[in-house]
Design a protein around this ligand. Structure first.
Ligand SMILES: NC(=O)c1ccc[n+]([C@@H]2O[C@H](COP(=O)([O-])OP(=O)(O)OC[C@H]3O[C@@H](n4cnc5c(N)ncnc54)[C@H](OP(=O)(O)O)[C@@H]3O)[C@@H](O)[C@H]2O)c1
Length: 288
């Protein structure tokens, strides 16, 4: 059987790592994005995934054995600024790719987010798959609707909910740790919340887990997350320490949310015990 894996959104923070992990796992990988540009790893293909005719044509031409969907409008502020694009990419498109994949017998892993939670406090062990979601932002709402649409269109789809991602963004300043490092390198003192809790995961571990899942046949919902619940402030300190800063607490300012950021939940810790039991890929504590 052909072992080619298509990464929709394969040039983004997560997608680049999924392409790398796929190649390491022995797949031929193709990264799809609107502006894919040159890349050192895998083939690249320019496509607007919201163009359903072009998407269907692409799948027929490339005939991938699996698709990992990382294409999204993935920032809260961007979704607030352009709700129509958020709905198109995060809600309408996931149902469409799920249907197209199902019709062609293509395995689909669809990436979602911990921000489908937030309306109520996290349980002590974090939110498990069986816990009812309740988003508080347009980003979370459109992603949740995308999950539901994808699963309704194709019951074989696996929806993987990811936590806050950190790790190497190829000097692009993306993700929860490179954004802090880049800001410090510019001479700024980033303000990091001491009361916003996440279960962060290194983007490379997330990518390896997604590729392992793409090679399998698990359907439904799965939470991927690091084993430790920590604040953004703690994560920032860890990232700076790992980058060689001896006194990281002098480089950032710990701030409280003080009722700000209604669309950003205080605690969306995920319980990833099920994934840990199922996967060979280790979901490690970042910068431990
Ligand atoms: N980053 C995190 O901390 C985090 C946490 C939890 C979940 N997630 C989820 O992980 C996934 C990836 O997030 P990310 O942070 O890697 O996002 P990102 O860096 O913004 O990457 C988004 C990717 O989607 C592509 N894309 C956007 N619109 C497209 C279109 N119309 N047609 C084709 N490609 C398009 C982008 O390339 P072009 O712009 O060239 O099109 C890019 O490759 C998302 O589903 C997100 O919800 C991320």
């Amino acid at each position: 059987m052909a072992r080619n894996l298509c990464v929709l959104g394969g040039t983004g923070f997560l997608g680049v790592h999924v392409v790398r992990a796929a190649i390491e796992a022995g797949f031929d990988a193709v990264a799809v994005a609107r502006r894919p540009g040159p890349g050192s790893q895998g083939a690249r293909f320019a496509l607007d995934v919201t163009d359903s005719g072009a998407l269907a044509h692409f799948l027929d031409e490339h005939d991938p054995s699996a698709v990992v969907n990382c294409a999204a409008l993935a920032r809260i502020a961007d979704c607030d600024a352009d709700p129509e694009l958020a709905r198109s990419l995060n809600t309408v498109f996931p149902a469409r790719i799920a249907r197209l994949a199902g019709e062609r017998g293509i395995r689909l892993v669809h990436v979602s987010t911990d921000l489908v939670y937030g309306a109520r406090p996290a349980p002590p062990a974090g939110f498990a798959e069986a816990d009812e979601p309740g988003p508080v932002s347009d980003y979370g709402r459109t992603k949740l609707a995308g999950e539901l649409g994808a699963r309704a269109a194709n019951p074989g789809v696996l929806v993987a909910r990811l936590p806050l991602l950190c790790g190497d963004s190829g000097e692009r300043g993306l993700g929860a740790s490179d954004s802090v490092r880049t800001s410090v390198a510019r001479g700024e003192r980033p303000r990091l919340f001491v009361d916003e809790w996440r279960t962060p995961l290194d983007v490379a571990d997330a990518a390896r887990a997604l590729v392992e899942l793409a090679a399998g046949d698990l359907a439904g919902l799965l939470h991927l997350a690091g084993p430790a619940r920590m604040t953004r402030h703690e994560l920032g300190l860890r990232a700076l320490r790992a980058a060689g800063h001896a006194r990281p607490e002098e480089l950032v300012v710990g701030v409280r949310r003080e009722g700000l950021h209604a669309g950003r939940p205080a605690d969306v810790a995920l319980d990833a015990r099920r994934a840990r039991a199922l996967l060979r890929t280790e979901l490690r504590e970042p910068f431990a």
